[in-house]
Design a protein around this ligand. Sequence first.
Ligand code: IMP
Length: 426
Amino acid sequence: MPLIAIQGCQWGDEGKGKITDYFASKADIVVRSQGGNNAGHSIVHKGVRYALRSLPSGILNPRVTNVISEGCVVNPTSLIDEISSLNKTGINNFKLLISNRAQIIMPYHIMLDKAKEQALGNSKIGTTGKGIGPCYSDKASRLGIRFGDLLEPDYLHQRLSEVLIIKNMELKMFGLDAIDTEACYRDLLKAGEILKPFITDTSLFLNKAIDAKKKILFEGAQGGMLCLDHGTYPYVTSSSPLATAIPLNAGIPFNSLNDIVGLVKAYTSRVGEGPFPSELFGEEAHALREKGHEYGTVTKRPRRVGWLDVAELNYIKQITGVRHIALMLLDVLSFTDELKICVSYSINGKLIDYMPSTIAEYNKVTPNYITLPSWKEDISTITSFDKLPSNAKDYITTVEKLTGLEVVIVSVGPDKDQTITRKELF
Ligand code: IMP
C-alpha cells in the first residue's frame, strides 16, 4: 500500500508522532497536510526525545523527504527555531519541502488568538495560543500571506501593506498595538531568505511521486473530534484532522489514498475546553494522568483524561470509513483494577445513534459503560500479541467487537521497539 494516512481518532495526542516515525522508516515521503505548530509530536529516536511542532515526523530519517503542504499554517520563526534545535542535536542532513501555497502565521495572528480567548473569558476555547484560528480565518477571508509571497519581495510589500490596514483595525479593536509594516516586512524577508531553499510547489512534487510509485505517509495532526466541521464545535481546531481532507489539503487526486490508520489511545484525553462525555475526575483522573504522562507537548497543560469512548470512535468510523486502527498507550491501563469503556450515549434515558451537534445537547449526554478487568503486569517489553496478559488481549478484542475496527498495531511504550504489529499495512 504506497499511500497511507495516519488519522487521530479522538481529541489529539493519540501518539501520532511515534507511529509516523515507526512507518517513516519504510516511507520515501512524509507529509503534514493541515494544522500548524499547535500540534506537538513527541518522538523518541535513538534514546533522545524530540518534540516536533510543524516539522513532519520523518525529519529524523535522512532518507525521507518531508513535506508541509498547502493545507498547513506555518509560523516561520518557530519553524526556523525547530530546524536550529535539530541542528544542535547533530541532525543537519534532512530533506524538507514547504508548499508555496501554505499560509504564514503572522505575529498579529498570535496576538489576536490570545486577545479573543481573553475576551471570551469562561467561554474560551482553550486554544494553544499559536495563532491557528486567526490564520485560518484570514485564509478564508482572503487576507492570508503565503510562503510563495516570500519569494516575490515587491509583491510581498504591497500585499502586507494592504492586509495590515485591516489587521491593524482589528488589533485596535482589542486595544492592541498596531504592527509596523516596514519592521514586519523586514522580518518576513529575513525568514524568507532562510526558508527559500525549501519553498516549492509540493502538490506537483507529490503528484510526480505518486506516478513514480513512491511510498508516501500522510501524518495527521490533532484528532477527528477537533475537526472544524464534524468535531465538538466550537471547541475544535480551525482545520480538519480527518484523513478524508488530505487530498484537498495536499493537492492530490481523491482516490490516491490506499488506507487510513486510525490512531486510538487505549483511553481518552483532551486538552482545552469542550465536551468530553467519558471524562474522569479526582483521584482516578490523577492516577491515569500520571501513569500516562498526560501533559501537553506544546503547552505543558495537564490533559483531561477519561475512559475509551467507543460511541465517539464509531462516529469517526462513520464519517471517514477508517477500518484499521493502532491502539496506543495500552501499557498505561495497568493503573487500576477495573477498566471501563463507554459504549454508547443516552439523552434523557434514551439511547442515541448520532453524535450531538450542539454543546447544549452534549451537556445532556449520559455515557453508558461496560466494565472489564485490568492487568497488573508490566507489558511495556512485550512484542507479540500472544504474550500479552489475557485481560489485555480481551480489552483489544472487545474494542474490535464494539467498533468493527481491526487493531493492526498495539503500542506498549514510547519507543519504536515497543510496538506489536499484527498486520503489515505499509
Ligand atoms: P487551536 O488549534 O490552537 O486553535 O486550539 C483549538 C483546540 O484544539 C484547543 O482545545 C486545543 O487544545 C486543541 N488542539 C490543537 N492542537 C492540538 C493537538 O495537537 N493535540 C491536542 N489538542 C489540540
